[in-house]
Design a protein around this ligand. Structure first.
Ligand SMILES: *Cc1c(COP(=O)(O)O)cnc(C)c1O
Length: 248
């Protein structure tokens, strides 16, 4: 085995940039494969590269490899990355994919073009108010709890049906669709059932929706189950660990 190259570097490990590039190619080709299998155009599926595990320099490696839509699950991490010199001037579209506290909305909206994880009516109304105050329109997805896991955030289908007629009243928020997390247990088979449930819920809501509300976006699927999600109609997949893995 070769000796270490220098402080903090182990010579037999390829540089992070190479690993990330290879991982990204692999994820993109799996996305294309699943899309083809589903009879869909791969370009209709957005890969959200989830960077919550890594620092700004590693995030920059992912962007340089060609992934420009970056998801963070914690608002503070989003803010600090958005200001990091490593990422300055890069063509990044940020997505918030984790829980947003109401006192963090004002600072988050100008950075994240889309909040994928709106999990309560109170939060939705607060985002509308903040966006109006800042002269912005916020794109949001409503997080649905399709797995029945009690510890998961998100609306029930009954809550979403009740909320639907209210949505056109929110003038500074564009509700683009739904997001979900699959059950923690059960693997890809159960995940696929959860994803099918989200699509069916979206179809039901769409049939009852006020004019102009198309709910086109379905954000579902992570490293362990994004192919199942694409088969069930995902328009965004949120992939983290498969992009950062050093052994793939
Ligand atoms: C962390 C996270 C992901 C990515 O999960 P991986 O299994 O690492 O791909 C996707 N969505 C949300 C909401 C997350 O918090």
């Amino acid at each position: 085995m070769a000796p270490p190259r220098g402080e903090g570097t182990i010579a037999h490990m390829p540089p992070l940039a190479d690993t990330v590039r290879r991982n990204l190619e692999s994820v993109e080709s799996r996305i294309a494969g699943a899309a083809t299998k589903a009879g869909r155009d791969p370009s209709d599926i957005t890969l959200v590269g989830v960077a919550k595990y890594v620092d700004a320099a590693a995030t920059a490696a992912l962007v340089e490899a060609g992934c420009s839509v970056i998801g963070e699950s914690r608002p503070q991490q989003l803010w600090s990355k958005a200001e990091a010199p490593e990422l300055a001037g890069k063509p990044i579209e940020w997505r918030l994919i984790g829980h947003l506290q109401r006192n963090k909305i004002d600072r988050t909206l100008p950075i994240a073009r889309e909040i994928q994880s709106v999990d309560s009516e109170r939060l939705l109304r607060a985002i509308d108010a903040s966006a109006a105050k800042q002269g912005l329109t916020a794109r949001v997805l409503l997080e649905a709890n399709c797995s029945g896991d009690a510890e998961k955030h998100g609306f029930s289908s009954e809550e979403l049906k009740r909320l639907l007629p209210e949505l056109p009243m929110l003038k500074s928020v564009e509700v683009c669709g739904l997001m979900t997390m699959a059950a923690r247990e059960g693997g890809p088979t159960v995940a696929r059932q959860n994803f099918a449930a989200l699509r069916e819920l979206r179809d039901t809501l769409r049939a009852e929706a006020p004019p102009g509300l198309t709910l086109d976006e379905l954000s579902m699927g992570m490293s362990g189950d994004f192919e199942e999600a694409i088969l069930e109609g995902a328009t965004s997949v949120r992939v983290g660990s498969a992009l950062w893995s050093r052994i793939e």
